[in-house]
Design a protein around this ligand. Sequence first.
Ligand code: ADP
Length: 738
Amino acid sequence: MPLRQWDPASKAKVVLEGLKGRSETAICKRHRIKPAEYRRWRKQFLANIARPLESPRPSRSGGSRLLPGMSTKVWEESAKALRVAQELIEALPIPVFFKARDGKHLGANRAWETYFGVNRNTFIGKTVEQLFAHAPEVAARHRAADEDLWRNPGTRSYELAVPVHDGSLRHTLNYKATFAGADGKIAGLIGAIVDITERKRAEQRQAIEHRITRILSESESASAAMPGVLAAICETLGWACGARWSPANAGGFRCEETWSAGDSVVAAFLAASRGTTYQPGQAGFIRRVLGTGEPVWIVDIAAEESFLRGKQAAKAGLRSAFALPIRLGDQVLGALEFFHRDSQQPDQWLLETGVAIGLQIGHFMARTQAERELRQSEARFRSLTGLSSDWYWEQDEEFRLTFMSSRFVERTGIDPAPYIGRRRWDEPALNLTESDWTRHKAQLERHEPFFDFEMEREGPDGNSVWLSVSGEPVFEDRKFRGYRGVGTDITDRKRAQAVLRAAYEELARSNAELQQFAYVASHDLQEPLRMIGSYTQLLERRYGDKLDSDAREFMGFIVDGATRMKQLIEDLLAYSRVGTRGKELRPVSVQAALDRALVNLRSGLESSGVDITQDALPEVNGDDTQLTQLFQNLIGNAIKFRKKDEPLRVHVGAEDAGDEWRFSVSDNGIGIERQYFERIFMVFQRLHTRDEYPGTGIGLAICKKVVDRHRGRIWVESAHGKGSTFIFTLPKIQKGQT
Ligand code: ADP
């Protein structure tokens, strides 16, 4: 490849690429030149540029005074190069300036003028201290670099953050090179400023994001990650301290974690923040961020009225603050705040970077929250499956079994392996017909949940095992993925049910038999009894005078016994008829039943002079004849078991008790001892002799049977010697029941 011929203008352009910030290696590679050559060009360029244009032209005969040994041709070439260089410098988009040995400005290009917002003509003769009047530390740094150059002439470059015309801080890369005067002594320097703010910030942002990403990936929770995150931001950008805030109950907010660079005063300020939960409306700074979801910047915290902690922060030596939201979409999950010791102007880049970081943390928090919830729900699931006697199963889209928890084999003794990959209906179930399966299949195909689907399968020992399964369809992204559910071994329950059903059937049968028996027996017993009665009477009529007094007394016993037996049989018949001859239950008036009972009891009522009071009585679903009987027996007993020396009072009560009515019949009679409360409701159970009180002991047994048939309950409350209250309940008429 032929080597390229380099003219002065091209060389100058190459050198200017370096002034614009391109690295030496990149330039050399691009133009295929050696680093030594490039350095030589640069030196030449800088030397040329510094040389005044008015330098005398060398005479043909002699060499130049300035540059001994330089021929006219060389001089001409060099003057041309100088012009090119000066034109290029003026057009260069980077600020370039010249300074004399005493530090005074000699001139600058247009870019310099724009960069600093200073008129280059009026600035001639001024110093760097005047350029950075508000940032003496910046001026001092430049001054020191210049001093170094004066001591050791040559080229230098260094980075420095400097304030520019709009007050913003720019990162600059400063190239400086000395040039010599006509006397060969150092006359001044040329400086070029490359703005590397973008690069610097990209690097910083990358560094911060890289560090935060690493911290987040290694942390389990926001609280664990946060100190590191705050440190990453503060350390990279030179901010003094930071904190994370999160919303608390009732619209308040709380400081969760803080970070500061080992300053005890700042640490104390942060600790004070950490201690309290702020109520809404109390602190403007964080409230604004949480409320709007936008970052907030405060240049001077001491002057910010709405910032309640501002005074304390200022006391701790902090000047500026900014806060950014932690967000997940539109949701504001919290805020990060940062403080700087120096006054900081709002920095758009930092605000944007902050928003990006806030989103990054928001995603992290959402993820850790989701992970925590997942862990919790897995733990719950484990406890549930571990503690439950049920098993868990899963099916794919084709209803093939894909998973069966170990509880299955533990409970049923059935190995699930042969069932995996098969459908429920691939195995026979002893209790299900073809149409049962068709119905079940159709339900699954409709992707409906199902409950308590019962199957009787053959168990390992040949006995049948009853399984009950429930399942629900699983959808992912609205796509059907199969079923999952639980199963239970209900063999014991099924067996118990079978036993119970058999027992119930047996009971119903024997009960019917018994009723039939009681009825037939008592009915058929009446006939021989009548015979005994009539023939004893006949015997007495015809042979009465032939019998002695003993025989007549014995005959009296026979007649008495037959009469009593007749009574018992009639009572038994009445008792069995409650179950066999009852009328269908329909709405009836309880008042009417009571009235009929009182009519039937008329003679007893008159002789005892009873005082009867009553509550209003409702309608119930009932058998009016039986209800009449019920009242008749209870009030009849009250009359029978009254005190001889006290007027009898009876009260019939009715009370609303929710789903049912609670009726009562109370008297002030002889009362009953507690130990007999249950016995008196049994057939033929009495507490007194017939001589004391007549009766067979069937009355309350009939009452109980009537109330049972009406689906109520009956019991007694009594204080012995003070009276009794018989209470019975009857269900209310339900709506729609007529
Ligand atoms: P009977 O009245 O024919 O004896 P019941 O079955 O009606 O039969 O009553 C059983 C027993 O309960 C009675 O013998 C009596 O001792 C007691 N009893 C029933 N009602 C009352 C009452 N109102 N006061 C006191 N004791 C009663």
